[in-house]
Design a protein around this ligand. Structure first.
Ligand code: AMP
Ligand code: MG
Length: 402
């Protein structure tokens, strides 16, 4: 049995190199960018009018002129016009190119327009040169790095990539993942369980969690029969990069998974961690490419192991930039007698001082997954202590956005 931090280290050193693929920009949300995005032009690409109003020459304002003849309209999407003479102006629209010779825009709110006489009278004093003109290249210059490799693509990245003409992006190829449940007591969602049966749920939770990373998975169920497991699990292993198992790794008479995996050539890197829940977790690799996470079947154990171990692993494998680990303060004194690292279910929320506070929500053990409905995180309490005090700070593993 190993410590939690040793397990973390072993898993961290079992990261495969995932290839990159191109996807259409519109399908890239949530993927990890595997290229740099640079500006194909200056941002903005021309002196851009920022307000609807009139464009004038600053030197006219300096001379004290307040009344201007309207000599044309510069619409957004029209080629640049040239303002000529003195005492003249153009009406200009937001998003249009500032006309040549015009170096200040005065919004309609500060101007009186006489449409018949084609006159605009400026009602405000002290207008600064360049006002309401977003000058070419002031945000970014052509060739500037806009988005670096390893960024997770969100709506702002899609907007910026679209503006530089990227119809496709290089992103990390998702690994092919299989989720396998074992356990002869388990039936499908649509079945009515007999008195000695339950419906399987872990596989659907894991599939949903993977979906949040944009990863599709295949779901399998294999009976608790050793020969059958060798054949059927062998086939799943051949056709997938990552296996996530739930159940069959404890000390029961029908817990064949550790033996079967070793028979299939998966090297065990650890079995059993000094933690609760999730103690019987088995982890192994086959060659450089295949990784097997075999979680104990109790729903809260599977759930915790997924967030504590699989989520950081998959983020790493996908090439996501590492985010800062979260911590929270315990809301009240809490005692526990396990001697193992204890992952306490909590409801964490930010108090009025901006501190993240974790309220214990213990539940009735690792079979009580209904308790997860009222929790949003696990608080990691170290195994060498039995009494934890209000206000002490511990690592937090959220499974909902806080
Ligand atoms: P095991 O790890 O196989 O000993 O299973 C531990 C407990 O978790 C048993 O009560 C199982 O019925 C339950 N269990 C195992 N797999 C699942 C699953 N896919 N969904 C829900 N419960 C499960
Ligand atoms: Mg079982």
């Amino acid at each position: 049995m190993i410590e939690v931090k040793e397990a973390v280290k072993i898993i961290e050193s079992s990261i495969p190199e995932l290839p990159k693929i191109t996807v259409p920009l519109v399908k890239s949300l949530g993927r990890v960018l595997r290229q740099e995005i640079v500006a194909d032009t200056d941002f903005p690409p021309f002196n851009r009018v920022m307000m609807d109003g009139i464009a004038v020459k600053y030197e006219d304002l300096q001379k004290g002129l307040t009344s201007f003849s309207i000599t044309g309209v510069q619409a957004a999407g029209s080629p640049q016009l040239t303002l000529s003479g003195n005492g003249n102006c153009f009406e200009v629209m937001t998003g249009s190119v500032a006309p040549t010779n015009a170096d200040v825009v005065i919004p309609y709110e500060d101007v009186s327009i006489d449409s018949e006489k084609k006159l605009a009278v400026v009602n405000i004093p002290d207008i600064k040169k360049g006002k309401n003109i977003h000058r070419k290249g002031t945000d970014k210059k052509k060739g500037d790095l806009l988005i670096s490799e390893g960024t997770t693509i969100g709506p702002p990245e899609i907007a910026v990539a679209a503006s530089v003409g990227m119809t496709e992006l290089w992103v990390t190829k998702n690994p092919s993942v299989a989720i396998i449940s074992t356990g002869d007591e388990l039936v499908d969602i649509s079945d009515q369980p007999l008195p000695h049966q339950i419906r399987k749920s872990n596989v659907y939770a894991i599939a949903a969690e993977l979906k949040m990373f944009g990863i599709k998975s295949d779901i399998f169920h294999i009976k608790d029969e050793e020969e059958r497991l060798v054949v059927e699990l062998g086939a799943v292993l051949d056709s997938h990069d990552v296996l996530i198992l739930s159940g069959g790794v404890s000390k029961g008479k029908f817990d064949f998974i550790p033996d079967v995996l070793e028979k299939l050539g998966v090297d065990k890197l650890f079995h059993r961690i000094k933690q609760k829940p999730g103690k019987p977790f088995w982890f192994g690799v086959k060659g450089d490419e295949k990784v097997v996470f075999a979680f104990p079947g109790n729903p809260v154990s599977t759930f915790l192991c997924f967030y504590k171990y699989f989520v950081p692993w998959v983020k790493n494998a996908l090439g996501m930039k590492v985010t800062v680990d979260k911590k929270a303060l315990l809301s009240e004194d809490f005692n526990i007698k396990t001697g193992l690292t204890y992952f306490l279910q909590v409801y964490a929320k930010i108090d009025e001082f901006g501190k993240l506070i974790a309220f214990p929500n213990v539940g009735r053990g690792s079979g009580d997954h209904a308790n997860l409905l009222n929790s949003n995180a696990f608080l990691e309490l170290p195994g060498n202590t039995f009494e934890f005090k209000k206000g002490e700070v511990f690592p937090l593993i959220p499974f909902r956005s806080l």
